[in-house]
Design a protein around this ligand. Sequence first.
Ligand code: HEC
Length: 114
Amino acid sequence: MKRLLGLYLVITAGIAATGSSANEEAVASNPEEIVANVCAACHGQDGNAMITGAPKLGGQRADYLTKALGDYKSGARNNPIMAAFAAGLSKEDMKALGLYFSKQASDLYTPKLR
Ligand code: HEC
């Protein structure tokens, strides 16, 4: 009987483990959708919006962008606008968003320095 109980526990633990990983996949980040719904108004879908004050994200390094989002969320980087938008992002979202914007073309150019 004890052996049966042990077996039962192993099986349920296994089911719980696969269940949770399947769950994570179901809620996996969809950066394109997050950008369309939340970020595009200011940054543009490709991260190259022409809105004054909203920095260009297209073509920037993924790790830089992901860190910036994490810093807004933690408060290490203090900006009330971005703090509000980063608050709802998970770590996976922030990684996915950094990667997404890094893959977009940048329309930045090197201006003439004065
Ligand atoms: C209401 C406008 C607005 C929205 C919506 C918005 N942002 Fe921002 N974002 C800003 C502004 C303004 C800054 C500059 C803040 C600062 O000076 O630190 C910024 C900065 C950033 C930076 C740092 C860029 C850099 O060069 O350091 C990242 C990354 C970023 N936003 C990503 C996002 C993502 C991802 C979303 C959607 C989840 C989003 N933003 C939504 C206005 C916005």
